[in-house]
Write a protein that binds this ligand. Structure first.
Ligand code: PMP
Length: 461
């Protein structure tokens, strides 16, 4: 591969150079200089089984040799049916029909369109508005971006598509509605829920088609689970106003939080679940949506069963082969058990780190989707200035030390609030976990020294 000019590629940061990775093995990635990185975030929470699994690679190669591409508009394969059946059986009851896409953004885009068509075909023509949450990410296509709440990404492309509405997601550690957690939870009168109803009534229930949410807020907030009972209240509202509930499990699906889908933990049955990343353990562009029988029946009844949508690579056979092989590994390796065990271990180790470093103000998450909120000083509740890029800098230090995390910013109001996601492969070992915590610990110590240097520089300047 010598001689490849990496400058022909561009990423979101057009000035940045990234290390060139040559291969991966288990929880580690290796760059061209031989340096190894412990993948403490499984790529973008996708490589859920780690790197270099030969059974998955071989299954993909086998399929590619047979037929790299089947005409997905005119033919199906047995493997496609088997994968859909396997996924349908893993999903909550009544969600049985699977539609494949190549990525999470496409999956959410498809769900938003399916919801709209479902209502329109039933004569509810006006139902088109989607209510999303500010602290959420549903993808980068213009529809999924508009439904999501990533302020920075949205701002770059204003005006966003359609008049989608947003409410705040529950963040009891720092309530966006300024409520006190105990008071709010005990009175069962939650502003984060009443605000959804306010929004529905303001928009007119006859105009609202769907409510979309991540069960545990991922990249925008850093693994924040909802308070118990929140989604039950959301489900009730959706039922009251004939609004479809879409749960985005692109990040949480396939064992990440200790159950097949995080939906199991939030105690509701949604109308649509979207998935991606983990389904092929990140080995192939494979994603999709699992749809409730009632929605499918409605479409069959009212529009002759035609979903007016489609992608060239829906259910691509090589991706399907990767999906089947990955789901096999999940099963054989009792991955869910490991997630529960190592997740608890990680949670406790992060709490220890919190005692040591005033940078950590909150440790939260489920299974192996853990997050920490980063502040300048916990005692004074002093936030970082966004310009300090604290999470990004901390991750930069960790990468020097040989581990890569998932940094994020804007978790409080879109601009302020820094966090780090820790989400190693689901088959991570305890030794690797200790290594992750050790590197994180050292990174905080170095970061503290760097900040002191910055301060001294400011004073003497
Ligand atoms: N939804 C969620 C919750 C995600 O985390 C992501 C990706 N980070 C997406 C949707 C978009 O998926 P993709 O990047 O595969 O389009």
């Amino acid at each position: 591969m010598d001689g490849i000019k990496k400058d022909y590629v561009f990423h979101r940061d057009l000035k940045k150079k990234y290390p060139i990775i040559t291969h991966g093995e288990g929880s580690y990635l290796f760059d061209e200089s031989g340096k190894k990185y412990l993948d403490a975030c499984s790529g973008a929470v996708a490589a859920n089984l780690g790197h270099g699994i030969t059974s998955i690679g071989e299954a993909m190669a086998e399929q590619a040799k047979k037929a790299a591409f089947v005409h997905t508009m005119r033919f199906e394969t047995k493997a496609l049916h088997l994968l859909a059946e396997t996924i349908g059986k893993m999903a909550p009851d009544h969600l049985n029909k699977v539609y494949f896409t190549t990525g999470g953004s496409e999956a959410n885009e498809s769900a938003l369109k399916l919801a709209r068509q479902y209502h329109r075909d039933a004569g509810r023509h006006q139902k088109h508005i989607v209510i999303g949450r500010w602290q959420s990410y549903h993808g980068n296509t213009i529809g999924s971006l508009s439904a999501g709440g990533d302020v920075k990404r949205r701002h770059a492309y204003t005006p966003n598509l359609l008049n989608y509405a947003h409410v705040y997601s529950p963040y009891c550690h720092r309530c966006p509605y300024d409520r006190q957690k105990d008071d709010c939870l005990s009175k069962q009168n939650w502003t984060c829920v009443t605000d959804i109803e306010r929004s529905i009534l303001e928009l007119g229930p006859e105009n609202v088609s769907a409510f979309i949410a991540e069960p545990i807020v991922g990249s925008q907030q850093g693994a924040v689970p909802p308070p118990l009972g929140y989604f039950k209240k959301v489900r009730e509202l959706c039922d009251r106003y004939q609004i479809l509930l879409i749960i985005d499990e692109v990040m949480t699906g396939f064992g990440r939080t200790g159950t097949n889908f995080a939906t199991e933990q939030i105690g509701i049955v949604p109308d649509i679940i979207t998935f991606g990343k983990g389904v092929s353990a990140g080995y192939a562009p494979l994603a999709g949506m699992i749809v409730h029988d009632q929605v499918i029946e409605g479409i069959i009844e009212n529009s002759d069963g035609k979903f007016i949508h489609g992608y060239t690579y829906s259910g691509h056979p090589v991706a399907v082969a990767a999906g089947l092989a990955a789901l096999d590994v999940y099963k054989q390796d009792s991955v869910l058990e490991n997630v529960k065990k190592q997740g608890l271990y990680l949670f406790n180790r992060l709490l220890e780190l919190k005692q040591k470093h005033a940078f950590i103000s909150d440790v939260r998450g489920r299974g192996l989707l853990m997050g920490i909120e980063l502040v300048k000083d916990r005692e004074q509740d002093l936030l970082f200035d966004p310009a300090e890029k604290a999470a990004e800098r901390l991750n930069g230090i960790a990468m020097e030390l040989g581990a890569v995390f998932y940094p994020g910013s804007g978790s409080i109001d879109g601009t302020k609030g820094e966090h780090l996601i820790i989400s190693p492969p689901l088959n991570v070992t305890k030794t690797e976990m200790d290594e992750i915590v050790r590197i994180l610990d050292e990174s905080f110590t170095i970061f503290k020294l760097q900040l002191r240097k910055d301060e001294l520089y400011e004073i003497t300047k």
